[in-house]
Ligand binder design. Structure first.
Ligand code: SF4
Length: 223
């Protein structure tokens, strides 16, 4: 069995229920909500990301117009549990200003545009990364794209799914190719779980990992 197939099988058998629930919740959010959530998730835990997002939702309605009008200090205070609140507020506001000015505050038009073109348009929004764009495309617009977060990048690098490369676009295309026949929402969220629980940044649990026999990192350790 291939490495991707082993990982997919493990994810479907062990994480399916929880990731389906998360996928359902994320898919119900607007593109602006996802944009805010993904910016908030930078360098923090998922628990603090959700706390910051919920705090912000209690203070303001999350849409481009309201975010632009709201003073930075109000947003900073609401999201401070996620850390880097000044940087994150600045990025959220800049992105919303652009969306308001260029798209009248609404990204729904993306629904009618081919994926490659949509990526190019969304990547022009200041303050948003490739990952944020792909999260929006996957969950808000149901496109077959694979956002690459830090956990997925680590798994791809260690196993050599990414051929030893660390650049976002290369990893994304490789992961999309290897997992092409699976549901990307399940695989994306499942790989993140796998990175949190098994292929951890520190002390990966290689002894219980289903792909250890074909993982370059593990094989180099036991040589
Ligand atoms: S064998 Fe270890 S390094 Fe390789 S994917 Fe599994 S947990 Fe990660």
């Amino acid at each position: 069995m291939t490495l991707a197939k082993l990982l997919a099988q493990y994810i479907y058998e062990n994480y399916r229920e929880s990731v389906e629930e998360t996928a359902r919740k994320l898919s119900s959010l607007s593109p602006i909500d996802l944009l805010v959530l993904t910016i908030l998730s930078h360098k923090t835990t998922s628990i603090n990301t959700i706390k910051a997002y919920n705090n912000l939702k209690q203070v303001i309605e999350i849409n481009a117009e309201t975010i632009v009008k709201t003073p930075s200090e109000v947003i900073e205070e609401a999201i401070k549990v996620s850390g880097l609140q000044k940087v994150k507020t600045n990025r959220i506001k800049k992105a919303c200003e652009y969306i308001l000015k260029n798209f009248n505050g609404n990204l729904d038009f993306i629904r009618d545009i081919p994926t490659d073109e949509a990526r190019k348009i969304l990547l022009q929004i200041p303050g948003i990364s490739y990952k944020t764009v792909d999260v929006i495309l996957l969950f808000s617009f149901n496109r077959h794209v694979m956002p690459v977060d830090v956990h997925i990048a680590r798994i791809a690098f260690r196993t050599s799914l990414s051929d030893g490369r660390r650049d976002y676009e290369y990893i994304r295309q490789k992961i999309e190719k290897y997992f092409a026949k699976y549901d990307f929402k399940i695989i994306h969220l499942g790989l993140i779980e796998y990175g949190r629980k098994i292929c951890r940044a520190r002390k990966p649990k290689c002894s219980i990992c289903v792909v250890r026999e074909c993982c370059k990192y593990y094989c180099s350790l036991v040589k």
